[in-house]
Write a new protein. Sequence first.
Length: 436
Amino acid sequence: MDLEGFAKRGLKRNDDAIESKLVALIREVKEIPESRAKALAQAVLEEAKATLHPRGDVFRLDEVGVSMGDYGVGSRGSGDFYTHTKIAEVIGRTDAVVDSRQLDDSGVVKADGEFIVVTVDGMHSRLSDYPFLAGFHVTRAALRDIYVMGAKPVALLSDIHLADDGDVAKLFDHIAGIATVSELIHVPLITGSTLRIGGDMVIGDRLTGCVGAVGVSRKITPRKDAEPGDVIMMTEGAGGGTICAAALYYGMHEVVDETLNIKFLEASEALLKEDLTIHAMTDVTNGGIRGDAKEISHTAGVKLVFEEEKMRRLVNPRVRQMLEQLKIDYLGVSIDALLIIAPPDEAQKIAKTIQGSGVAVDEIGRVEVGKDARLISNGRETDFEPRFREAAYTPIKKAVGQDAHRDVAEMTRLVDLAARNAVEKKRRFVERIKNN
């Protein structure tokens, strides 16, 4: 519960009852005397008033009237993918080998003849009440992002934020989830940060955070290297945080067990040990294969064609049954499979290597000259585009829906404006600091 945000909204509309409302909210969460809650509420209001209209250019934010929810940011659909292209514009051109412009999940720099690969993944927001699962799956996600760049993971780091009323057991349970994957795959967790969400201004027991990973390699497999003529291969997938959330919030808790594995990581380790030619790799995560297809096509400037039946057979049967029962599009959610794009004459060796690690794999498509992605299903070829938001996999996501609730073109214009404003602010402060 964000006390600061609540207080500022009340102050902006001149709500005479804002103090009493804050007292009630505080006592809803904290079992403390009313006098103590009133003292906290008054302190919250004092701080909120002091920062309601701060003076100085550095504090200025030109809001454009489009919220994260409006534009589907973080919801792994077309709005989210477009936002990431604008983030790359704000960052600007870098000297990195792979940076945010390529839309890969990892960035790459070169040092002393080796590629250094770095990534960070946020824990699944709906797993706050299940810290071990949150830690386990976010760690797998970070390691996947290193592996799909063709690198060997060498270190993990974590950043944990637990709200003021969260039991410290949550903290240790989360770390245990991270450390379980760390121990299984022999990549050490070496550093991190532990903080409260919003300090004293956020009450409740919400947990959030991220896990980062670092890898090294002498060759890389970025998405931009996909070429016409390549084949597309995919390993079996049982999902991670997304499938856990679907199973939990629809009461199918036994399906969570299917996600507790490191098959993806083991298959990736096996590939690293062989001298194979692989042009590009990615992991099928949030936004599903629909999202990955869109990003690869955009980044590499190629057309991708997928065969639906072959992909369907690679989804864990219990997970697939759950998704079908709940009418969740398996092509639009994370199934945590490994997607490999490689020359056709390498496909057999790649498949043999992966199968040797005990993981199923198949050719599911091809890369052609052109743009965008296509799906072949029941003999028919159709567009294979992501929705505005990823497939709705919890009751509240279904209530929100997968389509935009405002005019997308108008929101996109305002998102462009927000990005331009940020670029200009960056330019001003770079010049100001240089000249000081």
